[in-house]
Design a protein around this ligand. Structure first.
Ligand code: SF4
Ligand code: SF4
Length: 317
């Protein structure tokens, strides 16, 4: 099977973007514990697979039904990835799917799948190496066609395929020229200050814990926090009331039934990013026009580039 044949099959399965690289190249970017060679020594090729979030969803008001719609996109990508692995197997190759919402419980610095449930940091870095895009101000993956409005899966395989080259230009406009993602972030998790002229690489950062509180209100961290509060509750009646409260039902529902939706609670940074061919259409949405006032622009103060936070949850810095 050729790369083009595999791309064509992936497209038929609903996968929008496919990038090829090698496990060896990706592993050079990753800390020892996250390297894909830990999974298999026999599958040297890495595929980065992405499905875009429909513009209708991205243009809708920020609400619970939107999170559920995003969960369906995640699920569709995971199922397409599994189908693609079976397809490879039917052509005498081997393949392992790496789900978009795989969690890394060993390395607590990565709370996993932030920002916005796009994918774990190892999959995002692998996608950069496979030429799908580049990292934005908050370490989300930006792609030329869909900006950051994609979810990612990965695959390891022994299909012989030449690596695709990484993109040569940065897609992110940076804090000095844009900063829109930082201005709307309800967790204030994205840098809003930087020395003038600082490189994107030196400024890029995400406060994963702050992001997770908003993007995963019923995710793994919220779940373990709830268990801890229960364990620490001394009063039996209060404990019983906590167990029977709606928060417990919500956590159970999201972690089991609507599991992908547990990771996509906030996607404001995806919605406001002007990178991507889909941006012109998305920016016509009345909801997106209300995201930021016209005054939301970076400005200089005491030698620093700054942008205020307009999320409504935080005041100006
Ligand atoms: S805007 Fe939302 S998803 Fe993006 S970094 Fe902030 S809290 Fe996370
Ligand atoms: S919103 Fe602007 S600063 Fe943020 S990732 Fe997109 S281009 Fe970069």
């Amino acid at each position: 099977m050729t790369k083009d044949e595999l791309r064509s099959t992936a497209r038929q399965l609903g996968i929008d973007l496919v990038g090829f690289t090698t496990v060896e190249r990706v592993d050079r970017r990753l800390p020892a514990g996250l390297r894909f060679s830990n999974i298999s020594q026999d599958l040297p090729v890495f595929l980065a697979l992405a499905k875009h979030i429909p513009t209708g969803i991205m243009g809708a008001a920020d609400s619970d039904p939107k999170r559920m719609a995003c969960s369906l996109v995640h699920r569709a990508l995971e199922e397409a990835c599994a189908e693609l692995a079976y397809h490879l197997e039917s052509h005498d190759h081997m393949a392992v799917c790496l789900p978009s919402l795989a969690m890394d419980f060993k390395h607590k610095t990565e709370l996993g799948n932030t920002p916005a449930g796009q994918a774990s940091i190892d999959l995002r870095m692998a996608a950069v190496e496979a030429g799908l895009g580049t990292l934005g101000l908050n370490n989300m993956l930006l792609t030329p066609r869909f900006g950051p409005r994609i979810y990612l899966c990965g695959m390891l395989t022994n299909l012989e395929a030449e690596p695709d080259p990484p993109l040569q230009r940065q897609l992110c406009l940076g804090l000095q020229e844009c900063g829109r993602c930082a201005a709307v972030c309800p967790g204030d998790a994205i840098p809003r200050r930087a020395p003038r002229g600082a490189s994107l690489q030196s400024v890029r950062r995400l406060d994963e814990a702050a992001c997770a509180r908003h993007s995963q209100p019923y995710g793994p961290q919220a779940f373990s926090d709830a268990i801890q509060r229960l364990a620490e509750q001394q009063d039996e009646r209060a404990q019983s009331s906590q167990i029977q409260g709606s928060a417990t039902s919500q956590l159970w529902y999201h972690m089991t039934v609507l599991r992908q939706g547990a990771f996509t609670g906030c996607s404001r940074c995806l919605q406001v990013c002007p990178v991507g061919e889909d941006w012109d259409k998305l920016s016509e949405s009345p909801h997106r026009r209300q995201d930021l006032p016209d005054s939301a622009k970076p400005y200089m103060e005491r030698g620093l580039v700054r942008i205020d936070n307009f999320s409504g949850d935080r005041g100006a810095a």
